[in-house]
Design a protein around this ligand. Structure first.
Ligand SMILES: Cc1cc2nc3c(=O)[nH]c(=O)nc-3n(C[C@H](O)[C@H](O)[C@H](O)COP(=O)(O)O)c2cc1C
Length: 151
């Protein structure tokens, strides 16, 4: 299978929650017959993101509404893309955060906004998860895998 139809899951994380969820997502996608890969956002060359047509972002928020360290460069790259550069991309975002912070899930919200601005197609609504994220994440994974199968 070419990378064109392969699912890529990119995670932005500081303490590993998003990484663990990315593994769950890959497993669910593979169980549904898809080919899936997961990388930390600093583990791929930024422009390689463009060779995929199916992208899932799992990203926590740090500092005061900021991207995790490993997400900074890729996010900057995505922000600088031209409108329409992601016209062939289907995406969805799983945002991790903590409602105790004013800027709840801000980094995930930014990804969701930028991917749409650059022409991507949102295949499932973003899920904003609080500290007990397991049930919401599971619900989102189920919805997203269904949406991917329907593409
Ligand atoms: C120092 C610190 C700052 C944080 N800042 C925010 C924030 O601004 N907004 C938010 O929604 N969550 C914030 N969080 C919560 C994390 O996003 C949340 O714990 C998440 O599950 C971490 O996922 P990760 O392990 O993938 O990084 C913060 C947590 C810590 C410890």
């Amino acid at each position: 299978m070419s990378e064109e139809n392969k699912l890529i899951v990119l995670y932005g994380t500081e303490t590993g929650n998003s990484e663990l969820l990315s593994m769950d997502i890959c497993k669910a996608a593979e169980d549904a017959g898809m080919e899936a890969v997961a990388f930390g956002m600093d583990e791929i060359e930024s422009e390689d993101m463009l060779s995929y047509s199916r992208l899932l972002i799992v990203c926590s928020t740090w500092g005061d509404g900021e991207q995790p360290d490993n997400a900074m460069d890729l996010f900057e790259y995505a922000e600088e893309l031209g409108d329409g550069d992601l016209a062939n991309m289907s995406f969805s975002v799983l945002a991790l955060g903590d409602t105790a912070f004013d800027l709840f899930c801000e980094a995930g919200k930014e990804w969701d906004r930028v991917l749409e601005e650059k022409g991507g197609t949102r295949i499932a609504e973003r899920m904003d998860c609080d500290v007990d994220y397991e049930d919401d994440a599971e619900e989102w994974i189920e919805e997203v895998v269904g949406a991917l199968q329907a593409l």
